[in-house]
Ligand binder design. Structure first.
Ligand SMILES: Cc1ncc(COP(=O)(O)O)c(C=O)c1O
Length: 294
């Protein structure tokens, strides 16, 4: 994925240009932006307790950032890591209109989309409108859905002449950096393993329901909204006053490894990310250990 994202960014930005991300977000996005010599522009998600995911895109903030002539691209995370948030089609459509108006390319990272939970609806960015197809490039992979991390194979998808031209302008060598093993593993996953994927999603949903119970019973001040997609749980420790980086204390004292919220950028302080793709025994043990710190 990182090769696909970075090489797409190289096609649309010059050193010094701005690239927007919506924090708190997958920390390597910042590194990808630095790698192409561009500048990170944070437009944090807005908290919205009326919404299932608890957050939404700041469409006015994004439009204002795009209006600054230095912004040439946005890295959208859809579904969003670490929140498991699925952006609604109408918001994506408004985002695409704004990007088209300001000539901003939207790179939609949809790596978590095979793991959309059973009752949720996911609309790929390129399906929302002609404007989205004009400004958008989707980058995705079988690596999350089919547990193929390290197989080094991503897909770049374009649905307009403009976006196809961007991909065609890449050197042949970019495609040659794909692993042949990863290529065949990805084809097998997407083509043959739908049943396996359904089982993986069901297991994650059970894990998430268990986490809801464990949090209520044992660490009731911690905030948890089940993800709508993917296997990541974004935990809000702010009411426990464990400081900006609760994961540091949890690792030191409880020997449970969560990912530090502040690594995800603005909006991450006081939070930590937990991976739900584990057995009920491991999850229960982790929460018991965290509860013992109180
Ligand atoms: C949103 C997002 N993009 C990209 C990646 C990188 O995926 P890969 O390791 O398959 O390159 C990850 C992995 O966690 C991710 O969550």
């Amino acid at each position: 994925m990182s090769v696909a994202i970075v090489e797409t960014l190289r096609q649309v930005v010059s050193p010094g240009d701005g690239i927007v991300i919506t924090t708190p977000v997958y920390p390597p996005f910042r590194e990808f932006i630095r790698e192409v010599g561009a500048v990170v522009i944070d437009v944090p998600l807005l908290g919205d307790s009326s919404r299932a995911g608890g957050y939404r895109l700041d469409l006015a903030g994004l439009d204002a950032a795009f209006a600054d002539g230095s912004v040439r691209a946005m890295l959208l995370c859809h579904p969003h890591n670490p929140l498991g948030l699925i952006h609604p089609a109408e918001e994506l459509s408004a985002l695409a209109d704004s990007a088209l108006r300001h000539r901003v390319t939207v790179i939609s990272d949809e790596i978590h989309s095979p793991l959309v939970h059973a009752v949720e609806t996911f609309t790929p960015f390129l399906m929302v409108s002609d404007a989205a197809r004009e400004v958008g490039v989707t980058v995705t992979s079988a690596s999350k859905g089919f547990n193929l991390a390290g197989f080094k194979c991503a897909l770049l998808i374009a649905e307009s002449e403009r976006s196809l031209a961007l991909l065609d302008a890449m050197s042949f060598e970019v495609g040659a950096r794909t692993s042949i093993l990863g290529l065949h593993a990805s084809i097998t996953g997407f083509r043959d393993d739908v049943e396996w994927l359904d089982g993986a999603i069901a297991a994650i949903e059970r894990s998430s329901a268990l986490l809801t119970e464990l949090v209520a019973e044992k660490v009731s001040g911690v905030g948890y909204r089940p993800p709508r997609a993917g296997f990541l749980a974004w935990l809000d420790f702010r009411s426990l006053a464990w400081g900006d980086d609760p994961a540091a204390r949890i690792l030191d004292e409880a020997k449970v490894a969560l990912v530090s919220g502040p690594h995800f950028g603005p909006g991450g302080a006081g939070f930590a990310r937990l991976n739900l793709a584990c057995s009920p025994e491991v999850l229960t043990e982790a929460i018991n250990r965290i509860a013992a710190l109180r």
